[in-house]
Ligand binder design. Structure first.
Ligand code: NAP
Length: 484
């Protein structure tokens, strides 16, 4: 299968924080890969900006080293890499200072798409927005890309939105949630809305429940103090998992168009019920296997921040009333895996005697590893032993189905940056969506803080706290096994 690479228009992209971790691990390698794929015209310019005193050659060396480190060796083509590196330059700018802006302005070309990636702390977003305007560098066609975290509660998210809105229209602001750039996440929409098979069944009448799991094997060592200020609810649920839930639960948009899609997601967030205390389980990983526990890594022996959370979420609308969505995410778990599992209800009547062999149909959408989909269906067990049933997966791994193209699925950042250049906001969060997500999240966090709830300890390498199992057992259901 041949995937089409449609080149974008030539652009000038300024990466504020161009020397930082995100730029080195994701943005610069991602841009190189798109350049290699022929999607970035060779007259585009990428300008790194940060406070460090560095010249173009220094930035190019930094970028080359980052690309060699973070791009697979078989994708490094020395000639292409040299041509890409030539597109790079650097300006030394303090987001809060006055130097460097006129040098940046001189670099920007007329009649070329202008994008500004704010890969810096959110506390600098306002300073950057103000100076880009004040110095006449951004115009009404320019785009800005802002990174997570977008606020830590409703008040701070509103403040950030207001700061950006002073200088940029909503149509110019690209709030990144890299989960939305994942191939499978977009496939979720394709599967639902480009096939007749699933949509008629996509409602509480036929869906028993939905499980969304994002499990990591890593802990927070190295960034424990930072993580301790947020926790799993703020770091994963409010943004990434909320987006996944929205894409599963939303009504069909009238068109695959940024505002049509985002309007439907917003309606889902607004229909979420408050979460009851008994429907929340929080956990912290304990020390084990020669490694410290969460509290050691956080540097706070009394920390109550969760490295794991499981929630039962109800959506009060016609489609989903009576179908719970169970969400769980955590660190130091058994395996690194992200998946959405849609479990269908029992058939109304069984004509077979083999009740024991019967299992529910489950549609599993794997985000990582091995992006793909799996539909668990019942068939007859092979052999002459009568009509016994067994469940088998209809397995579709994108890498296998799409051949070489599938093995080279663009990273989420690559796709999203190209969308910014194209001016397509469909896979970016709108300001009102982010605020609605915080409006749902805030009372949950305030609730456990007020009650003084303590997270339960769980063993590293496990599936999380025991109580999380009960959250499902209580409802006569069980979590899917966490495995790669
Ligand atoms: P980082 O490694 O600390 O890099 C920060 C960058 O900002 C550096 O280039 C730094 O260079 C520059 N900077 C700091 N203060 C500045 C100022 N006053 N003016 C201009 N530039 C300044 O941070 P990061 O991990 O790359 O994260 C960047 C943003 O992405 C943050 O908002 C973070 O939350 C978000 N994010 C990061 C990741 C990730 O995987 N790293 C993932 C998701 C979201 P100088 O010190 O030389 O100025």
């Amino acid at each position: 299968m041949v995937s089409r690479v449609i080149p974008v228009d030539p652009f000038d992209l300024v990466i504020f924080g161009g020397t930082g971790d995100l730029a080195k691990r994701k943005i610069l390698p991602g841009l190189y890969r798109r350049f290699l794929a022929g999607q970035i015209p060779s007259d585009s310019a990428i300008i790194g900006a940060a406070r460090a005193d560095m010249d173009d050659a220094g930035f190019r060396d930094l970028a080359r080293a980052a690309i060699v480190e973070f791009v697979a060796a078989d994708r490094i083509d020395d000639t292409v890499l040299a041509a890409f590196i030539e597109r790079l330059s650097y300006v030394s700018i303090d987001a809060q200072g006055s130097g460097g802006w006129s040098a940046l302005k001189k670099k920007m070309r007329k009649n070329t798409v202008r994008a500004f990636y704010f890969s810096v702390a959110p506390s600098l977003f306002g300073d950057l927005a103000e100076r880009l305007h004040g110095h006449g560098i951004a115009d009404e066609d320019s785009r800005i890309v802002v990174e997570k975290p977008f606020g830590r509660d409703l008040a701070s998210a509103r403040e950030l939105n207001a700061v950006l809105a002073r200088h940029f229209a909503e149509g110019q602001i690209y709030r990144i949630d890299h989960y939305l750039g994942k191939e499978t996440v977009q496939n979720l929409m394709a599967v639902r809305f480009a096939n007749i098979l699933f949509e008629p069944l996509w409602k509480s009448e036929y869906v028993d429940h939905v499980q969304i799991t994002v499990a990591e094997t890593v802990g927070v060592d190295g960034r424990g103090a930072y993580y301790d200020k947020s926790g799993a609810m703020r770091d994963m649920v409010q943004n990434h998992m909320m987006q996944l839930l929205c894409l599963i639960a939303m009504e069909p948009p009238y068109h695959f168009d940024p505002d049509a899609v985002r309007d439907e997601k917003l309606k889902v967030i607004r229909a979420l019920d408050p979460v009851l205390p008994e429907d929340i389980v929080r956990g912290q990983y304990l020390a084990g296997s020669g490694q410290g526990g969460y509290r050691d890594h956080a540097g706070d022996a009394a920390s109550r921040t969760e490295s794991y959370i499981a929630l039962k979420v109800n959506i009060s609308n016609w489609r989903w009333k009576g179908t719970p969505f169970y969400l769980r995410t955590g660190k130091r778990l058994r395996a690194r895996t992200s998946e959405i599992a849609i479990t269908f209800r029992e058939p109304p009547h069984s004509i077979f005697d083999d009740a024991e062999g019967w299992r529910e149909n489950v549609l599993v959408i794997r985000l990582q590893p091995n992006e793909g989909m799996n539909l668990m269906v019942m068939i007859k067990e092979p052999g002459p032993g009568g009509m016994r049933l067994t469940q088998v997966p209809l397995d579709m791994s994108f890498a296998t189905v799409l051949g070489e193209e599938g093995e080279d699925i663009p990273d989420a950042y690559e796709r999203l940056i190209m969308d910014v250049i194209r001016g397509n906001q469909t896979l970016f969060m709108r300001g009102d969506e982010v605020e609605a997500a915080w409006a749902w999240t805030d009372p949950i966090i305030e609730g456990w803080e007020k009650r003084g709830d303590r997270p339960r300890g769980y063993d590293p390498g496990s599936s999380g706290p025991e109580d999380a199992l009960m959250l499902m057992h209580r409802d006569g259901r069980r979590w899917r096994e966490i495995r790669e």
